[in-house]
Every structure is written in C-alpha cells, then in structure tokens.
Design a protein around this ligand. Structure first.
Ligand SMILES: *Cc1c(COP(=O)(O)O)cnc(C)c1O
Length: 498
C-alpha cells in the first residue's frame, strides 16, 4: 500500500487495484422490463462483451487519482524554468473571473441577445491585443500557438492566391520551434531554412540570397529561440516585403516585449499569441489553450468567420454581433468561438495589470533571466554571448562532456535537488542546450536557490559524476527509456495481455 508522502512508492495501475464486483456507485433495482439493445438500436454494430473496465469502490478510486495528482509538478508546487514555455504563476483572480456563472454557464449556441456580455469581452480583448501587437484585426478560433501558425499560413495562402500569385515556399530560421516547419508543411508549403549567423541572429545576407518570387513569407520568433532580439528586424522586413512576401510573428516569446515594442511596427502581417503562456492560464498538461491570431489590414478579409463586431447606432447603446458575411474568409478553424474560458482569463489578466503593469511584467521577465544567467554562465556558458539575453537564456553544457556527463544528466539531477529541469536539447543550433526561462513571477530567493542548485550539479559533474548519471533517485521512477514508447507503440491495451 503506497504511503502518502513517500515519493518513491509505486502506485499500482487502476487495473491492478480492480476487484470483481466493486463499485463506486449503485443503481436502484430496475423496475421496468429490460430491453434487448439490438432491438432498440437496429443497424448498430454492438460489442459482444462489456468493456473490461476496472472495478473499484469510490474511496479507493479517489485515493488512486489523488495520489497520482500529488506526483504532478506544477507551477503551484515549485519553480518551473522551462525555456520557451513561460511557466509563470497564474493568478487566482483570473480563475475566479472565468468561473463567473455568466461566462461559465453560457451555451455556445446562446443567441446573440443572451451573450452580449461575453461578446463585449471578446470585442474588447480583440482591440486590446491588436493595440499590444500593433495589428488591425483578430480571430480567436485557434486553440493554441501551433494552431495559430496554421491559421496564419492559411491566411498567407489566401492572400497570395487572391492576388493571382500563389507561392510555394516559407522561409524559417534554423533556430525555430519545431511547430513552425510542421505548420508550413501542413499548409502545403515547402520549407526553406535560413541559417543563424555566428551571433545567434538571422543571417540577413543568407536570407537575401534565399528570397525570390516564390517566397510566400517568413516565420520568425522575436526575441528568437536563443533568447535574443533580432536587431536587424527592420532590414529583414524590407527584404521580405521587396519580393511581395509576408511576415509571420511567432508570439510565444511575447512575454519579453509586451508593452515595449510591437510586431506590427516591425513590419509583421500576422502574429499569434500564446495567451496561455503570456497571460494567465495554467498550461503544460496539454491544454486547453488559446492562440489568437492578429493580422494587418490587408489580411483582415481572409480571417476565419465569424468575427465579432460592434454596432454603435442602436437605441440601447452598443450591440455586439457575429459577422458571418465574409466572402473571402478561409472558413472555420474551430467549433463555435475558440476556447472562450481561456480568453476570459487573458482579459482579466490584462485588465488588472493595465498598460504600465504589462510593461513591468516584460521588464521583470528580462531582469530575472539575466539575474540567473549572471550567476551561472561562468560554469554553463551562453550558446551565443555577443548580445544581451532577453526573457530567457540558452547555455551550453558541452563542457561537461569530458566528465562523461551530459545536459540530460544535469537535468535529472536538478529533479533530485527540487527543481523542474529547464528545456534541454532545444534549440537545435546550440550543442547540449539548456534553455532557462524563469519568468517575472519568481522571487529573488527562488532564483538564487535555482542558480545554486545548477552550480552544485555542475560541481558534482566534476567531483561525483555517477551521482548525476544515476539521478533521479528521489522520484517514483528513475531513468526511463525515452525512446521505447515511440518505438513500441501500443495504442490499445488489454489488461489480460499485461
Ligand atoms: C510554445 C511554442 C509554440 C507552440 O505553441 P502551443 O501553444 O504549444 O501550440 C510555437 N513556437 C514557440 C517558439 C513556442 O515556444
């Protein structure tokens, strides 16, 4: 029997806990004649046997899942410096806002008259995000960043095709997040990779050689995935616009620049925001999220329909409606209106921060990253040290290799030392990459403790490398074979087969 508080105790699977006949609920005795399912469901393929579901009493069921839930690491449990993911604290007030009955209980098919409050919220959020990004119009349908990328690229395609000039290629830096080339490929584009220069920024000369009249656009993250602001961004925009190509801004790193510079002012035509990263939604467990897409004037006609609009000339004040009459729209990317609960959280977050608060947010995110970097880069040097890091920094652990230790070992050791590991082995252009993003919500004591743990682990790599190679030892399971699940995919499990 697993004991609460013993993190190394194993928890049996729910099938192993199953005992025939146990139930978490009981039904009253049937007081009507039973019917034959085949008779009431003609033409439906029925299973011969009941599914082999686990059988447990309610208390055992509750304890099983509660024990498992205590094994999750989350931002409410500890520091979570996962680079590129902005694992910041999600203020409870945003949860409270999303749980207000008027939002929570609204049916997605509610008529406009019964949904004016939510429509007003969506309309205002659209305007605020457009203001923050320097764009003109928005859609809230995409359910996350990657979905926003696909949406944005479909807008690129619609724009070029509408002008009778369909194009074939999308240019993407070699440092990009994997979703960028995946989205471009899904949208039917050929991907052309532009290399980074020795300083970690886009090599603009190489870019100039790659663009031609087949270039539909460029996808860029700024600050980029090595945590550096693209200093040549205006020149990059000019190079792209000269051949009639569009610019896509991957806004996953918006936390670094929010309230300071705007993608629209840098010349971008499409921006997606990961509001679950930058604003206030717990994430990391697979969703739900929201990836609003903001566009410049020239792409607005192609946005997914419907779009929320405001009419000011009615007798009872402004009225909000869904505009479905959009002949050039690329169509729907999501049922109903996207993940509205996530948008309510973002709205609350923006409202209680205000413009000055958002500016302080990005300032502190950058300060915190640089504060940690200053404490560790003598032992874990930056991948690219020529420019100032922004809200995250990428170190290389290649110096550990002579001790027979890799960054993966360092990360496993951090778990024993009480910290969630940073992102590692991404971006691909930094050898033995370790990508740290503390976010703005951490205290100085937490940052100091984390930097101390990193330094300790590096010292151990020299003194006692086996400690790192065997880590973690304080968790329910130790080293896993990380490739096995991919190589031996089992998508259906029958308990009797074990
Ligand atoms: C997180 C991330 C994405 C993908 O966003 P999701 O919301 O996880 O789909 C894309 N690009 C970058 C740079 C990211 O960090």
């Amino acid at each position: 029997m697993p004991v609460m508080g013993d993190p190394t105790a194993t928890e049996p699977t729910i099938f192993e806990r199953s005992r025939p006949g146990r139930r978490a609920s009981s039904m009253p005795t049937l007081d009507v004649p039973p019917v034959d399912p085949a008779a009431v469901l003609p033409g439906v393929e029925l299973a011969d046997d009941a599914p082999a579901l686990p059988e447990l009493g309610e208390l055992d069921l509750v304890r099983h899942f509660t024990r498992l839930s205590h094994r999750n690491h989350g931002i409410d449990v500890g520091f979570y410096p996962l680079g590129s993911c902005s694992m910041k604290y999600n203020p409870r007030v945003a949860e409270t806002a999303a749980a207000l009955p008027g939002f929570r209980n609204l049916h997605p098919w509610a008529p406009e008259d019964a949904a004016q409050g939510t429509l007003a919220l969506l309309y205002d959020l659209q305007r605020w995000l457009a203001e923050l990004t320097g764009m003109s119009a928005a859609t809230f349908q995409p359910a996350a960043g990657a979905h926003g990328e696909l949406t944005g690229l479909m807008l690129f395609r619609a724009y070029h095709e509408d002008r009778g000039d369909p194009r074939r290629t999308i240019i993407i830096p070699d440092s990009a997040h994997g979703t960028n080339p995946a989205s471009a490929a899904m949208c039917g584009y050929d991907v052309v990779t532009v290399p980074s220069g020795p300083d970690g920024l886009v090599d603009v000369e190489a870019l100039e050689d790659l663009v031609d009249e087949q270039t539909a656009g460029l996808m860029l993250t700024n600050p980029n995935t090595v945590g550096l602001f693209e200093l040549d961004i205006e020149r990059i925009a000019t190079v792209m616009h000269k051949v009639g190509a569009l610019l896509y801004y991957d806004g996953a790193n918006f936390n670094a620049i929010c309230g300071r510079v705007r993608p629209g002012d840098m010349g971008f035509d499409v921006v997606h925001l990961n509001v679950h990263k930058t604003f206030a939604t717990p994430h990391g467990g697979g969703g739900p999220g929201a990836g609003p897409v903001l566009v410049s004037e020239r792409l607005a006609p192609y946005l997914p329909a419907p779009v929320v609009t405001r009419q000011d000339n009615g007798p009872g004040g402004p009225r909000y409606t869904w505009d479905t009459d959009r002949p050039k729209s690329i169509g729907r990317l999501h049922g109903f209106h996207g993940n509205v609960g996530i948008l309510v959280r973002a709205y609350a977050f923006l409202l209680f921060h205000g413009g000055d608060g958002l500016q302080r947010m990005s300032g502190k995110a950058v300060l915190n990253a640089n504060y940690v970097a200053a404490q560790v880069t003598d032992v874990l040097p930056l991948g690219y040290a020529q420019h100032q890091a922004m809200h995250e920094f990428v170190s290389t652990g290649k110096g550990l290799k002579p001790h027979g230790v890799r960054v993966t070992d360092l990360c496993k050791r951090l778990i024993d030392l009480g910290f969630h590991p940073p992102t590692n082995y991404f971006p691909l252009i930094v050898e033995e990459a370790l990508m740290v993003e503390p976010t703005e919500t951490e205290s100085r004591e937490t940052l100091d403790a984390f930097a101390g743990a990193l330094r300790r682990a590096v010292q151990e790599a020299v003194d006692t490398p086996d400690v790192l190679r065997q880590a973690p030892t304080t968790t329910p399971v130790g080293r896993l074979d990380e490739g096995k699940a991919g190589r031996e995919l089992i998508v259906r499990w029958r308990p009797e087969e074990g």
